[in-house]
Design a protein around this ligand. Structure first.
Ligand SMILES: NC(=O)c1ccc[n+]([C@@H]2O[C@H](COP(=O)([O-])OP(=O)(O)OC[C@H]3O[C@@H](n4cnc5c(N)ncnc54)[C@H](OP(=O)(O)O)[C@@H]3O)[C@@H](O)[C@H]2O)c1
Length: 210
């Protein structure tokens, strides 16, 4: 007996990787639905040796699905996450939307798997940003031996963290630098990203950090 699994954001970088890992780890999937925005209706994605057609998340009926891996960003998750959860489909969300919600467990399986039981409060599980997830795996044994009170971190985030639009911008600007026939002005980033490091990710907070 396997699970009925949904991957929301299946056309994106994260969604495609989720599909690869589900196949690679032979996760017990009985049925799989792949969703994205209406823009991608019918787009084909691969799951192991199968090819699946992407469905429009707006039209999707969540009833009867066991779990959904969400990688569609906070804005779209705000709309579709609660619909899925309400229909009984457990949402495992990759966005930042629920990370500070006291009724949603924030899980890194190697660190706090016991907290997962709280998922039933909202039928939603959150996970942290990638830099946090890998860091806390390393910090957990240290924390167990000697309580960690504070961690100061500088992260160097890859362009891929900005999704496929960000990666396309890097690629197009890099090509334009080597073959200067066209100008590729910044769009996804605030400054030219090719051959550059920008101290800016997401929004600026009141204390000036970003
Ligand atoms: N936890 C982590 O460590 C981590 C790391 C990276 C990313 N993320 C999260 O994962 C999300 C996806 O990242 P990515 O790199 O895969 O981005 P991406 O390559 O730009 O892909 C975005 C995906 O979301 C879909 N989407 C966008 N708006 C939508 C909407 N309104 N309704 C339905 N689907 C929509 C896109 O579908 P279309 O192709 O139809 O536009 C696409 O499948 C990010 O926004 C972030 O929240 C989390």
């Amino acid at each position: 007996m396997g699970y009925k699994v949904v991957v929301a954001g299946a056309t994106g970088n994260v969604g495609r990787e989720m599909l690869n890992i589900l196949a690679e780890r032979q996760f017990p999937v009985d049925e799989l639905a792949v969703l994205a925005s209406r823009r991608s209706l019918g787009t084909e994605v691969t799951f192991g040796d199968k090819t699946l057609k992407t469905q429009d998340i707006e039209q999707f009926d969540w009833t009867g699905w066991d779990m959904a891996l969400f990688a569609i960003g906070s804005e779209a998750t705000k709309v579709h996450g609660p619909k899925a959860a309400k229909a009984g489909c457990v949402v495992i969300d990759n966005s930042s939307l629920y990370r500070y919600d006291p009724e949603v467990p924030l899980i890194v399986p190697e660190v706090n798997p016991q907290a997962v039981h709280d998922y039933s409060k909202k039928n939603i599980i959150a996970n942290p940003n990638c830099s946090t997830a890998q860091m806390v795996v390393a910090l957990k044994p240290l924390h167990d031996r000697a309580t960690i009170k504070r961690v100061i971190v500088s992260t160097y985030q890859s362009v891929s963290g900005a999704g496929k639009d960000g990666m396309d911008e890097l690629w197009d600007q890099t090509k334009a630098i080597y073959n200067p026939t066209s100008d590729v002005p910044p769009s996804k980033f605030t400054k030219q990203i090719a051959f550059n490091v920008i101290p800016h990710i997401d929004v600026f907070m009141e204390d000036g950090s970003t």
